[in-house]
Design a protein around this ligand. Structure first.
Ligand code: 5GP
Length: 215
């Protein structure tokens, strides 16, 4: 058997964090660095924000459409986050995995729990934390300048961040995002190591038998 016949199951790489912890920057960098990594584009009922692109950032849908997708079992997982619904369309993920690609997900703890129930062995979960409370507040306030949020909305985000962070211990890995370059490198290291997990490799025993026979 040739070494090129060794195959690997695709893995599902989940990044969760409170908003303002740097998750999307890390996800973007990983996608750029890894050709065989693809992103799951979620569907959501929330309003599109300025700069967001339909089909790239999210599929923006109305509530009846979202409900229909859930009813038709077209969602791999879904959850109500804050006041809106978010879900992962099933088909693109299943297609990517069957092609041996890895898929990155930016979903919250509720979605992560649902994926864990159905596919724990294919799942790698990473929680990203901000380096300090002050830094998180600073990042949320900076972001609020762009979106012109009110003080009340900022306070709302801070308390949502706290409740999201209380779930960090359900994750396989934790990255404290002090320095973005170093965090990207840590996220890449996790991905590289997880790709080598023996359970994900198929055809290894035949390969090793060949090696042994050749001695
Ligand atoms: P935002 O509205 O700021 O883009 O996202 C709000 C939250 O929803 C983030 O924590 C994000 O991870 C989460 N989220 C985005 N898409 C999904 C999804 O498909 N499923 C789940 N469960 N959460 C999602």
């Amino acid at each position: 058997m040739d070494v090129s016949n060794l195959k690997r199951r695709g893995l599902m790489y989940v990044l969760s964090s409170p908003s303002g912890a740097g998750k999307s920057t890390i996800a973007r960098a990983l996608l750029k660095q890894n050709e065989d990594l693809t992103v799951s584009v979620s569907a959501t009922t929330r309003q599109r924000r300025g700069g967001e692109v339909t089909g790239k950032d999210y599929h923006f849908v109305d509530i009846p459409t979202f409900n229909q997708m859930v009813e038709n079992k077209n969602m791999l997982e879904y959850a109500k986050v804050f006041d809106n619904y978010y879900g992962t369309p099933r088909q693109p993920v299943e297609e990517a995995l069957s092609q041996g690609k890895d898929v990155i997900f930016d979903i919250d703890w509720q979605g992560t729990q649902q994926l864990a129930e159905m596919a724990r062995d294919d799942l790698v979960t990473v929680f990203i934390l901000p380096p300090s409370h002050e830094e998180l507040e600073k990042r949320l306030r900076n972001r609020a300048l762009d979106t012109r949020e009110t003080e009340e909305q900022i306070q709302g985000r801070m308390s949502k961040a706290s409740s999201e962070m209380s779930h960090y211990s359900e994750y396989d890995y934790v990255i404290i995002n002090k320095d973005i370059e170093s965090s990207i490198s840590k996220a890449q290291t996790i991905l590289d190591a997880e790709r080598m997990r023996r359970l994900r490799l198929t055809g290894t025993s035949e390969f090793v038998r060949g090696l042994m026979g050749g001695l």
